[in-house]
Design a protein around this ligand. Structure first.
Ligand code: ADP
Length: 494
C-alpha cells in the first residue's frame, strides 16, 4: 500500500525564484510532481536579495538557528506557493548571508563564508520544520549546499522526536561541486568531532559536505543512471569515486523530467511561430526569426547549429573552440548563448565578429533567447565532458532540433545514435571527448542534413515524439521514499 508521506525538500535554488543551473529546474518541478502523487511536500530555500519580500507572506516570529561557535542566529521566514500548485516554498531570510547579488559567488569568486551560509540553510530547515509543526517522513537534501542534513539528522538532531522517524535522501545534481571547507565548520555544524573522519566529513584535513552526506544519507540519488555508474570511476568521481563505490548499495539513478508546459513549441510564448509534429511550418519561421536575432543571412537551406550553457570546461567549450575555424569551412551557421569563463566569452565574441555571416554570439543569461534558439536551430551542440543529466538536449528533442552529444551521463541515457540504415535514433553521439570526434560527428550531422533529408526528418520526428516527464521521475522517487519509509518503520520494531 502506498503511504502518504511528509517530505521536507531543501535546495539552494528553486525555479522561478532563483536559478543558476539545472538544480533550480528540478527543485521547481519535482516537488509539484511529488505532491501530485498525494504526498505533502514543503520546499525550503534562502530568501536571496533578488526575491522581493513584498510578493511573499510573512510568517510571524523569528526563527532561532543554532550555529554552534557562532551562537544562535535569528532569521525571518516568508512563504509562497510554487506557481500552479499547492506546494509551499519557505524562504529563510537572513540579510547578512543572503543579501548579496550572487547566489554563491560574485565576479567568479566564491563567497568565503559559503560554509556558514549553507550550514545555516540546512539547520534553518530543521528549525523551521519544528516551528511549523511539520514532522517529515523524508528529508530530501540536494547537492553540497544541504548535504550536511543527513549528518545533522544523525547527530545534532538525533534525539529530537520531531526527526527520529525521518529517513534522508541526498540527490547529487553535479558531483563536481562538493563543498570543501576549513575544518572549523565542524564547530558550527555541531555534529561532533567524531564525524571528522575520512569515512564521513573529513578530506585532507578539511571538511567535504557532499562526502558527509553520501556517507550518512539513507539513499543517494543522481540525475541519470549512467551518471550513477560514472561517478564510481576516477574519470568522473572528482576524488570521491572510492567513497561512492563504498556506498553504491544505496545509490540510485533517476532521470530528471522536463517541464513541457514551459518547453513546448506548440505553446511557447517566446518563439516567433508555434508548431508541432503534425505541422512543422512554424519551425521555418522560428529559424528565420533567430537568424534575424543574430543578424545572420536569412537562409532556410543552411544548417543552423545552436549552443546554450554556462561557459565552463564541463560543457565542452574547449572542444568546440579547438575545431571552430575548421567547422566554419562548411556551409553552416552557428549561434552561441552563454557566459562564464572570460577566455570563452572573448573567443566566441571574436569568432562572431570575424564571421558575421556564419556565427552569432550573445554573452549573458537570456531565457527568451534560449527558447528561440531551441526552436530556430536544426542541430544542437552539447559536447559536455560530463553531464549529470542535462536539460537542453531534452528540450531540443521536443523542438525538433537534433542534438549532437558526447555519450556521457544523462546525454548517454537520453540520446540514441542515428542509424542511417534503419533510421532509428534521435541524435548524433560521439564516444571519445576529443576535438577530432566532435568534428567528425558535426560533419556527419551536417552531411545527413544536406544529403539525407528524409533521414533527417525522421530523426526530428523521433525526438519530438519522445517524452521525459516529471510524472515518471516522481514515480521513481515515490518508490524510493516508500521503501525508505518502510525500512524506517522496521527499525522501530527492532
Ligand atoms: P547545468 O545545470 O549544468 O547548467 P543543465 O543543462 O542541466 O546544465 O541546465 C541548464 C539550464 O540553464 C537550462 O534550462 C538552460 O536552458 C539554462 N541556461 C544555461 N545558460 C543559459 C543562458 N546563458 N541563458 C539562458 N538560459 C541558460
Amino acid at each position: 500500500m502506498s503511504q502518504k508521506l511528509k517530505i521536507l525538500f531543501v535546495a539552494s535554488e528553486v525555479v522561478p525564484f532563483a536559478k543558476s543551473g539545472g538544480l533550480a529546474d528540478v527543485a521547481g518541478a519535482l516537488p509539484k510532481a511529488i505532491a501530485a502523487k498525494g504526498h505533502e511536500i514543503v520546499v525550503v530555500m534562502p530568501r536571496y536579495y533578488g526575491i522581493d519580500k513584498r510578493d511573499l507572506e510573512h510568517i510571524p516570529g523569528p526563527l532561532g538557528v543554532p550555529m554552534g561557535s557562532m551562537g544562535e542566529l535569528w532569521a525571518g521566514v516568508y512563504r509562497t506557493k510554487l506557481p500552479g500548485s499547492g506546494v509551499w516554498v519557505y524562504f529563510i531570510d537572513y540579510e547578512h548571508f543572503y543579501g548579496r547579488s550572487g547566489l554563491y559567488d560574485e565576479n567568479n569568486m566564491s563567497y568565503p563564508d559559503n560554509d556558514n551560509r549553507f550550514i545555516f540553510l540546512s539547520k534553518a530547515a530543521f528549525q523551521l520544520a519544528r516551528k511549523i509543526d511539520f514532522k517529515p517522513d523524508i528529508i530530501h537534501a540536494n547537492d553540497w549546499h544541504t548535504a550536511t542534513m543527513p549528518v545533522l539528522k544523525e547527530t545534532r538532531y538525533a534525539l529530537d522526536p520531531h526527526f527520529v522517524d525521518a529517513a534522508s535522501v541526498l540527490t547529487i545534481h553535479n558531483l563536481h561541486y562538493q563543498g570543501r571547507f576549513y575544518k572549523g565548520a565542524i564547530d558550527v555544524l555541531e555534529v561532533g568531532w567524531d564525524m571528522f573522519r575520512p569515512e564521513v566529513l573529513e578530506e585532507y584535513d578539511g571538511v567535504n559536505f557532499l562526502k558527509g552526506g553520501i556517507a550518512r544519507a539513507d539513499a543517494v540519488t543522481t540525475v541519470s543512471r549512467q551518471y550513477a555508474r560514472e561517478i564510481q570511476t576516477p574519470e568522473f568521481g572528482w576524488g570521491l569515486e572510492g567513497h561512492i563505490k563504498a556506498h553504491s548499495d544505496k545509490l540510485y539513478g533517476i532521470l530528471n523530467g522536463v517541464d513541457y508546459e514551459e518547453w513546448s513549441p506548440a505553446v511557447d510564448p517566446y518563439i516567433a511561430a508555434h508548431y508541432d509534429i503534425d505541422d512543422m511550418a512554424g519551425k521555418a519561421v522560428c529559424k528565420e526569426a533567430l537568424q534575424e536575432d543574430f543578424s545572420l543571412p536569412q537562409r532556410p537551406d543552411v544548417p543552423l547549429i545552436g549552443f546554450i550553457g554556462r561557459f565552463v570546461e564541463q560543457k565542452g567549450i574547449s572542444l568546440i573552440a579547438h575545431i571552430l575555424p575548421r567547422l566554419l569551412e562548411m556551409d553552416i551557421q552557428m549561434v552561441f548563448l552563454g557566459s562564464g569563463e572570460k577566455w570563452a566569452e572573448g573567443f566566441f565574441s571574436d569568432v562572431a565578429a570575424r564571421y558575421p555571416d556564419k556565427v552569432g554570439t550573445y554573452i549573458g543569461y537570456n531565457n527568451a533567447l534560449a527558447h528561440r534558439i531551441e526552436a530556430g536551430c536544426d542541430l544542437y551542440l552539447m559536447p559536455s565532458l560530463f553531464e549529470p543529466c542535462g536539460l537542453n538536449q531534452i528540450y531540443s528533442l521536443r523542438y525538433g532540433t537534433v542534438p549532437i552529444v558526447h555519450a556521457t551521463g544523462g546525454l548517454e541515457d537520453t540520446i540514441e545514435n542515428f542509424d542511417p540504415y534503419s533510421r532509428f535514433g534521435n541524435g548524433f553521439k560521439f564516444y571519445e571527448a576529443s576535438p577530432e570526434s566532435l568534428f567528425n560527428t558535426v560533419a556527419w550531422a551536417v552531411k545527413v542534413y544536406y544529403d539525407d533529408k528524409r533521414g533527417f526528418g525522421i530523426l526530428r520526428e523521433n525526438g519530438m515524439r519522445a517524452r521525459f516527464s516529471w510524472d515518471e521521475a516522481a514515480d521513481a522517487y515515490d518508490k524510493l521514499y516508500q521503501m525508505l519509509y518502510y525500512k524506517q518503520q522496521m527499525k522501530r520494531y527492532r
